[in-house]
Write a protein that binds this ligand. Sequence first.
Ligand SMILES: *[C@@H]1O[C@H](CO)[C@@H](O)[C@H](O)[C@H]1NC(C)=O
Ligand SMILES: *[C@@H]1O[C@H](CO)[C@@H](O)[C@H](O)[C@H]1NC(C)=O
Ligand SMILES: *[C@@H]1O[C@H](CO)[C@@H](O)[C@H](O)[C@H]1NC(C)=O
Ligand SMILES: *[C@@H]1O[C@H](CO)[C@@H](O)[C@H](O)[C@H]1NC(C)=O
Length: 431
Amino acid sequence: MQLLKSLLPLLLSLTSISATVYNFEELGALADDDSLDTAWKNGALINTTLATLTAGDTFVFPNKTFHVMGGLRSDDLSDVTISFDGTLVFSNDIDAWPKNENGDVFPSLVFNNPKNVVFTSSGKGTLDGQGGKWWGLPGIGYLRRQENRPRLFEVANGENILVENIFFLNSAYWTFWVHNVNGLEVRFCDIEARRTEKDKHTLIDITAFNTDGYDVTGRDVWIHDCTVWNQDDTIAVKDDSQNMLFERITASGVGLTIGSIGASTVKNITFRDCHMHNTYKGIYTKFRGEGGVIEDVTYENIVIENPSQWPIWIGPAQQSDSNRLCAAHPCSICWPTVPFAECNAADSQYKNILLKNITVIGGKMSPGVIMGGTSQGMGMENIVFDDVVFQDPSSKPWGDDYYKCEGVTSGVAKGKTWPVPPCFDDQTDKN
Ligand SMILES: *[C@@H]1O[C@H](CO)[C@@H](O)[C@H](O)[C@H]1NC(C)=O
Ligand SMILES: *[C@@H]1O[C@H](CO)[C@@H](O)[C@H](O)[C@H]1NC(C)=O
Ligand SMILES: *[C@@H]1O[C@H](CO)[C@@H](O)[C@H](O)[C@H]1NC(C)=O
Ligand SMILES: *[C@@H]1O[C@H](CO)[C@@H](O)[C@H](O)[C@H]1NC(C)=O
């Protein structure tokens, strides 16, 4: 073993002899030309080059702007580095965009089954999704295209993936979707999806629907020292995820989110040292159906400033999956303000959820909603709020209760927590 270890660097240097550096421009790509013809040629060149790469190779996009058609795809890449030193601008020609036989668009850039792949930049690379055209006119665009819009960056079934120093700009749909991964680190990356330059999520901005930030499923994920400003979940841990850590993230959008979760188990997830400036939601965990479990979750050292909607939500998903905006799937986004809008609890279970050292400053709505399952055995177990402190909370809509709190079998408030959710056991210092 010791011998192998000392030989390893030598072996690695031998294999790297065959390594090739492919420079996108030297291969024939055209920079600074936004014609459709060039977008297709540049795109096709990315497809063919990705298919050529073998272990040890590097594919470099030099520090220029390249317009590309989307639907770019790579299968089974292993042991390679892709360096985005400039900008890739994805076409916003919706008619020309590659689609399957049902008319569903392909993602902008997808990697299937990559192993030991590094996505990096010598500076800060940009992937620009030109989402504006896909989002369409505020309010109307969604009705027209709904969710048939391309994801910007997708990795399916990856193993040992590093993504660093990349700016993901204005995705048409979800920005970063890495699913069923085993080993992922993301660092020094930024995500932005916005219609205006306002320092808040205006009604106009929020219609850039589904511009999720970092969405992941799988095992062993570490995302740190990143930023997100978008109009949907800033981070979304989705079905069947375990062992994930998110830290030192500046996030503003629809929450540091777990969900929505269906009939699967999500376990051992930590968010810590995060700052949420003028966010929409803050801490957000959600079930979309029955039979799910979310357990061993910690949110720690988080500051939420001026949330425009719920600061803390632990419950069913507050969403509509159809073009009826107020439909309850299972809890309506119009609830509780619009009469007859429903919020149904999901028969799924929360266990061992710890919120520790959370500070919420200001905000337009009451501190939150904590809503566990109502059927036998579905109540939340071991929910702990330790130093979950609100400064100047709103009383709308829950008045002096501050929280909607139900379906909790065992909940405890500790330390300086204030206000105390009414269905929790008050073990705070004051008491
Ligand atoms: C890239 O390859 C994929 C899959 O083979 C194809 O659907 C897509 O149209 C290609 N994109 C371009 C720009 O050639
Ligand atoms: C890319 O070019 C821009 C100016 O066009 C420069 O600011 C940036 O530092 C360059 N990045 C790298 C990695 O050379
Ligand atoms: C929980 O996840 C972290 C990674 O975020 C990992 O280091 C730790 O070992 C996991 N704990 C358990 C009990 O699996
Ligand atoms: C609480 O969180 C804040 C903000 O992240 C941090 O500055 C502070 O050090 C934390 N306090 C403790 C006791 O960890």
